[in-house]
Design a protein around this ligand. Structure first.
Ligand SMILES: [Zn+2]
Length: 330
């Protein structure tokens, strides 16, 4: 079984002012990194555009229509001051969401074991009817809804390890008992949501706040002791990762201190859970990550793990918290 890698040149044409951290270089350094010989086994495809119907499964129809019109016109009313629109933004946003859809299609039909999309703009701050924090369409939400609607997937688990809370994703699935949303993030921090007490009416929201300055220790502990047991108990048919890498110690936007080894370890742990619950089906979508060196190293570690079988033991759903795995990292 193989790992799919999706990207597209259109990701480079979504432009912001030169000082802006969410910039085309992010994709360029990732692609340069993934050209290495060790990644020769990747199945490489171009990200297609998402259909309006796919977007409207995660967002209000009126929001999709207004956002598409605004992006075509080159201006979106009401967008926050951090989120910029350029002539290339429309195609980039459509292909960023389209990559998520394509990845779900290939993973759910067994063409590939798992998938990683290196596209931008990111998505996890976009709400049902809200553009925010560099995000227009919520790519991971589009992926989850596509899996449910087109592939008949019963339960989807979303793991968001971006340094910022995935407020848009949490909002979209707040009332959905069939989608488990788990987030580890710096807190208190932008966008201010993500407290432990935010659990949702069906107890399907799991927030693990990390204090500024936290290194891989609390991150690994939160993943192994809180998040992974919840995903195991949920028995998802598919696991999606909102893979932001701005928790890396070099990142200028956040104050966490993870290393690339932490991301490799986290990826392997999630793969072990995926093996135990959903025959290894994982779709990973790039979110943040703004230090180009930290981003490239982290993606390298993440994708290398996705290609190779997880080295940890396989867990059975329902067994005790796999806290012992916390010290099994590289
Ligand atoms: Zn972030």
């Amino acid at each position: 079984m193989t790992t799919l890698h999706l990207t597209h040149m259109a990701a480079l044409a979504h432009l912001a002012p030169p000082w802006h951290p969410e910039r085309p270089d992010r994709i360029q350094v990732i692609e340069r990194c993934l050209e290495q010989e060790r990644f020769a086994a990747l199945v490489r495809e171009q990200a297609p555009v998402a259909s309006e119907a796919a977007l409207a499964r995660a967002h209000d129809v009126a929001y999709v229509e207004a956002t598409l019109a605004g992006l075509r016109d080159g201006a979106l009313p009401g967008v926050d001051h951090d989120t910029h629109v350029s002539p290339g933004t429309l195609e980039a946003a459509l292909r960023s969401a389209g990559a998520a859809v394509q990845a779900v299609d290939e993973v759910m039909t067994g063409q590939v074991r798992n998938a990683f999309s290196a596209m931008r703009p990111p998505g996890h701050h976009a709400g049902r009817a809200r553009t925010a924090g560099f995000c227009f369409f919520n790519n991971v939400a589009v992926a989850a809804r596509h899996a449910q609607a087109v592939h008949g997937v019963g339960r989807v688990a979303i793991l968001d390890w971006d340094a910022h809370h995935g407020d848009g994703t949490q909002e979209i699935f707040w009332n959905d008992p069939d989608v488990l949303f788990c987030s580890l993030h710096q807190w208190p921090f932008y966008p201010d949501t993500g407290a432990v007490s935010e659990r949702g009416p069906h107890d399907t929201v799991v927030n693990v706040p990390l204090p500024a300055g936290a290194d891989g220790g609390p991150f690994r502990e939160g993943l192994a002791a809180v998040v992974l047991p919840r995903i195991l108990d949920f028995r998802p048919d598919l696991i999606l990762i909102s893979a932001g890498f701005d928790a890396h110690w070099r990142d200028p936007l956040a104050d966490l201190r993870l290393t690339e080894a932490d991301f490799r370890w986290a990826t392997e742990q999630v793969m072990a859970v995926a093996d135990a619950t959903c025959t290894g089906r994982i779709v990973s979508l790039l979110e943040g990550g703004y230090d180009l060196v930290g981003l490239a190293r982290s993606v390298e570690a993440h994708v290398a793990a996705l290609i190779e079988p997880a080295t940890g033991r396989t867990w059975e759903a329902g067994e005790a918290a796999p806290a012992a795995l916390a010290d099994a990292g590289s």
